[in-house]
Design a protein around this ligand. Structure first.
Ligand code: PSV
Ligand code: MN
Length: 386
């Protein structure tokens, strides 16, 4: 039997981090469609993130991406966030948008380019000190397009040296989250292509180095929940970049393409104690054609629904069926939980948190969207110019 009070308590304390860039304009390499009311600066992004938290109750932090969110005074930005009821979360580095990085950043064959990239990563740790952020999220676009273009082993060596220097700079309570991605922008050999490579580097660095699983960064058919289970067992699951995909790194709303996969992932999180293990549940999405704030609210709710279903798996019944070799019985226990309509339960949880049962409706009625469309005129809308 599932303990409903414990399920509700876990749901009340869940936290999903939203990404500053999801509030800004984005697109594909073919077109960026601007939307009215989009933030012009990091403060406006934080103000939008605060609205997501206001209506969901479980999105208390917002991740920054440097230099997209560069400001003169990070402590002041952190204070601004706190005044709106949220905090600044992970600092995402960016070593992929300068001309210098054509052949890579920390793996580049030229030591001067590597130095520039490491300098940026160290600057990001300075920013973490000012914002009070715990996590530095590293994703490297490094790799090669053609066999023989550069030496795979030497590039691993350079990566290892760069990571070690940044690791040494981390303060108490700070962590480094290393993200992997199997291709794009490199098409032959990516330098951190998979969880195994990320894990090997993290293991060598020490306990503050953890792997981050971006759900869009795997080949089709990859069993992501297996990776999650393994990393949790090894104490190296630092966090998620949640999104969903039909084809490649589509960055669509998490849970939109495959809610069953999201449930399976969250089940392994629950099973491995990941809800209380410091795992960062972050979104990494782009809302190219849909309204941004409602899409982010929906995404947070999708994570919450998958978590609720995962928590509802009857652990005792499942263990009994598994122990008895009852294949269909064990599968039925898992499918029963997945098939449960958890929306009434989540409505109750929200009521207990003093929130409206329907966050999307509450946001639509709040007038915030109309207000930002009216007020945010002039200036340059934020975006990353894809
Ligand atoms: C790379 O595709 C990535 O997932 C990394 O997390 C980047 O920081 C982010 O996307 C930018 O959108
Ligand atoms: Mn990501």
């Amino acid at each position: 039997m599932t303990d409903l009070a414990a399920v509700k308590a876990a749901l009340r304390t869940q936290a999903v981090e939203t990404p500053s860039w999801a509030y800004a304009n984005s697109g594909t390499r073919f077109k960026v469609f601007a939307q009215p009311g989009v933030p012009r600066d990091p403060r406006e992004k934080v103000a939008d993130a605060a609205k997501v938290h206001e209506f969901t109750g479980i999105a208390p932090t917002v991740a920054l991406h440097i230099p997209w969110d560069t400001v003169d005074d990070y402590a002041a930005l952190a204070k601004y966030a706190e005044e709106r009821g949220v905090r600044l979360g992970a600092i995402n580095s960016n070593t992929f948008q300068d001309d210098d990085y054509r052949l890579g950043s920390v793996c580049h064959p030229d030591a001067a380019v590597r130095r520039k990239a490491v300098r940026h990563l160290l600057d990001c740790v300075d920013i973490m000190d000012a914002t009070g952020s715990r996590d530095l999220k590293l994703w490297f676009a490094d790799g090669t397009n053609y066999p023989g273009q550069d030496d795979i082993r030497s590039r691993q060596e350079r990566l290892s040296e760069a990571l070690a220097e940044v690791y040494e700079r981390l303060g108490d309570g700070q962590r480094m989250l290393l993200e992997y991605k199997f291709f794009e922008p490199a098409f032959y050999a990516t330098d951190v292509p998979d969880w195994g490579t990320a894990y090997a580097h993290c293991l060598k660095l020490g306990p503050k180095a953890q792997v981050v699983v971006d759900t869009g960064h795997h080949a089709p058919g990859t069993n992501i929940e297996f990776i999650v289970a393994t990393l949790l067992r090894e104490g190296r699951l630092g966090g998620f970049d949640f999104n969903s995909r039909f084809y490649a790194d589509d960055d669509l709303m998490v849970g939109a393409a495959d809610p069953f996969q999201l449930f399976r992932i969250m089940y392994e999180v629950v099973r491995g104690g990941g809800l209380d293990a410091g795992v960062a549940f972050m979104l990494d999405q782009c809302h190219n054609i849909e309204a941004k704030i409602p899409a982010i609210i929906r995404s947070v709710m999708n994570v919450q629904e998958a978590t609720a279903k995962a928590l509802l798996v009857d652990a005792e019944a499942l263990a009994a069926a598994q122990g008895a070799g009852d294949v269909l019985g064990a599968n039925a226990v898992v499918m029963d939980a997945f098939s449960t309509d958890v929306r009434p339960l989540l409505g109750e949880v929200r009521g207990e948190m003093g929130l409206e049962a329907d966050p999307c409706g509450a946001y639509a009625r709040s007038g915030w969207q109309e207000r930002i469309v009216l007020e945010r005129v002039g200036g340059v809308q934020a975006g990353w110019g894809a």
